[in-house]
Ligand binder design. Structure first.
Ligand SMILES: [Zn+2]
Ligand SMILES: [Zn+2]
Length: 287
């Protein structure tokens, strides 16, 4: 994102989403907070879309960001420094201009819900469970749009508390898992079973999350050379550090001892610790 107005809208979007996530977290003990969570998350999502529209049309006097009104025709660029709601596209216009880049089915429910709670919110009833459901769907839209269309990783742009709130929602978590699987499978491995260990036997020593993925800043294609990152807390791991986390969770099929990090490949081939693999080779080896 390069355009200054797009950048400003994006920062406003982040601020609003963060407020919404904070409300969402606090709403577990005070359900009235779902009202402000809904308002903030919805506003943040629209600002996110607007930042993209601004970036896309910066060279055309922000025609995608502008509301279709007769009075406001061609604004000189300096007037865009003051972005007022009245001048920018409304929900219907944003929807048309963003088109199929997002799943509007998910957003429309939150939109209807937001309009309804402007009139009445009944805590403890359907209102509360609807809020949780619609907000959770909006979180996935926000995560995907930031990542795929704007090219910003929400794990890096949101505060850790807010990212954790988002990350812990089921749909977001599931999507993170799928992306982890793809990234890990696409690395080159001496033994492809190692990818399975990374996917299923890793637990972050820092935060307990099971999702560690390839840290894309390293651009390495080999599993042994790549760096890894915990998607929840952002802790970074080398291959050796990754092995040190995974190996104690693997056990020799003969003695049940946990596996040494440097014997992981032997374990993958034989299912045994280095010692028992050696004994087995001596007893039954062919050469
Ligand atoms: Zn972690
Ligand atoms: Zn053993």
């Amino acid at each position: 994102m390069n355009d200054p107005i797009a950048k400003r809208l994006f920062q406003n979007a982040i601020d609003s989403v963060e407020l919404g996530l904070e409300d969402f977290r606090l709403a577990k003990s005070d359900p009235r907070r779902y009202v402000s969570a809904t308002r903030n998350v919805f506003a943040g999502m629209l600002l996110l879309f607007k930042s993209w529209l601004a970036e896309e049309s910066a060279e055309r006097n922000y025609d995608l960001l502008r509301a279709e009104t007769k009075e406001v025709k061609k604004l000189p660029p300096e007037e865009w420094a003051d972005i007022s709601e009245a001048k920018t596209a409304g929900f219907g216009e944003i929807k048309d201009r963003i088109g199929s880049k997002v799943d509007w089915g998910r957003i429309d429910k939150l939109h209807d819900y937001r309009n309804r709670i402007e009139h009445a919110f009944i805590s403890g009833g359907h209102g509360e469970s609807d809020a949780v459901r619609y907000l959770a769907q909006a979180f996935l839209v926000i995560r995907d749009f930031m990542k795929n269309e704007i090219g910003e990783d929400p794990a890096r742009r949101l505060s850790l508390d807010c990212w954790n709130t988002l990350f812990n929602e089921q749909d977001v978590h599931l999507q993170e898992e799928l992306e982890r699987d793809d990234a890990v499978d696409n690395l080159g491995w001496i033994d492809s079973d190692f990818a399975e260990l990374v996917k299923h036997e890793f637990r972050c020593p820092n935060c307990g999350s099971e999702i560690v993925t390839v840290n894309d800043v390293t651009k390495e294609a080999e599993g042994e050379k790549a760096r890894y990152i915990c998607r929840k807390c952002g802790k970074d791991f080398s291959y050796d550090e990754l092995c040190a986390v995974i190996s104690p969770r693997c056990h020799c099929s003969v003695c049940d001892d946990s596996i040494d990090p440097d014997e992981l490949l032997i374990y993958l081939e034989t299912g045994m610790c280095g010692w028992h693999a050696h004994i087995w080779e001596k007893e039954f080896g062919t050469d």
